[in-house]
Ligand binder design. Structure first.
Ligand code: G3I
Length: 347
């Protein structure tokens, strides 16, 4: 497929930014030919004020994950005082445009409100806070949010428990409690555990499965596992990703490729967006789609990119490096990776 990429300088940016002319058909959207959902992480203000962005979300995806708007710091900024305005705007967008919402996330160690960081109390008080947050949020959204990332990133790469405020103050049973509270608040919702490096770090994958299998054996409702898949053009290998996804499916869980992006500049430094690099990025997206499509249908749930265009990516600001990990460029035009992924999904 002939792809051309060229550099244009955007007036307000000091650097040159890449623009692509990828001549593939975008009609019908990425989700048109598959039975699982194709999602993307979204921001309510972008949906509201950025027409190019919201058009792409409407046209290309049939599921949305709030990138930040459903996190505890956004929803409960003051203890006991919940703030749902922006999150509700996102729900309105989803309802109006027939998009399913994947709720993200009820319990995490990052993006917790200031009052919670400062809180000091007994184990019982911490459990009460956990219960109140989860039940209030899940009940608020009710049937408008049919699936939740209940616990996010509870394990370290070596398989040990991450020493989060929840772990330190409640113990590892905070994980079980969180799933039980979410299930009580909405017994119909699909409940996920979500983490990064599940494919790259075997010990982490094993520890997660061991913990979640034990919960399921004890009747705790855990339905799926989100493999975030913040990967790069070099790493991890296709076989590692395939092994992890199949193992999760074999253990009876839904598999969510939940936060896909493919870094072209994992080691930092300057980026030369050559055809070779763009092709490597396309290949990685294709590998992911092929692996996902090979999973048993009953274990498929959704394939979600972490952002719409390269402008939305968390990577440049978080790591302080130039990067172009997503499917659309700064002008909301499709990149080669979009065309390759779309073709694979359509096969
Ligand atoms: O809301 C404030 C705003 O008031 C302030 O003016 C601005 C100035 O920096 O910061 C805003 O907060 C930022 C927030 O995103 C909302 O834009 C934070 O600084 C920034 O750190 C935060 O980054 C988010 C990151 O999680 C935080 O850990 C990313 O957008 C979000 O994409 C990312 O998502 C996580 C998933 O939830 C879990 N898996 C990893 C993934 C990537 O880190």
């Amino acid at each position: 497929m002939p792809f051309r990429s060229l550099l244009i300088c955007v007036a307000l940016l000091t650097a040159c930014v890449p623009e692509y002319n990828s001549d593939c058909n975008t009609e019908g959207g990425l989700y048109e030919n598959v039975d699982f959902k194709i999602g993307t992480a979204v921001a309510p203000l972008e949906l509201k004020f950025n027409q190019s962005y919201s058009n792409l979300v409407k046209d290309q995806f049939n599921q949305i994950t709030p990138g930040n708007a459903f996190k505890p710091d956004a929803l409960q900024p003051i203890q006991g005082s919940f703030s749902f305005n922006q999150a509700d705007e996102l729900v309105t967008f989803a309802l109006e445009n027939h998009k399913q919402i994947h709720g993200h996330c009820l319990v995490w160690h990052n993006q917790i409100p200031f009052w919670l960081k400062e809180f000091s109390g007994s184990k019982e008080q911490w459990v009460t806070i956990l219960e109140k947050h989860i039940k209030t949020v899940v009940r608020h959204f009710g049937e408008n949010v049919k699936a939740w990332d209940v616990v996010n990133e509870a394990f370290e790469d070596d398989g040990s428990y991450r020493e989060t405020i929840w772990y330190k103050n409640i113990g590892k049973e905070y994980i079980q409690l969180a799933f039980e509270f979410a299930h009580k608040a909405n017994p119909n919702a699909l409940l996920f555990y979500n983490d990064y490096n599940i494919a790259a770090k075997t010990k982490k994958c094993e520890a997660i499965l061991e913990h979640l299998n034990e919960l399921v054996e004890n009747g705790v409702p855990v339905h799926g596992i989100g493999m975030q898949l913040h990967i790069s053009i070099n790493y991890p290998s296709e076989s590692k990703i395939e092994t992890a996804a199949k193992t999760i499916a074999n253990n009876g869980f839904l598999v969510h490729f939940s936060e896909v992006d493919v870094s072209v500049n994992p080691n930092g430094g300057g980026v030369n967006l050559s055809d070779r690099i763009l092709n490597r990025q396309s290949e990685k997206y294709v590998q992911l789609a092929e692996i996902y499509k090979m999973l048993p249908v009953e274990n498929q749930y959704a394939f979600t990119t972490w952002g719409v265009s390269d402008l939305d990516s968390w990577i440049p600001s978080y790591f302080g490096r130039e990067d172009y990990p997503l499917l659309f460029d700064y002008n909301y035009e499709p990149k080669p990776a979009y065309c390759a992924l779309n073709e694979t999904l359509g096969q």
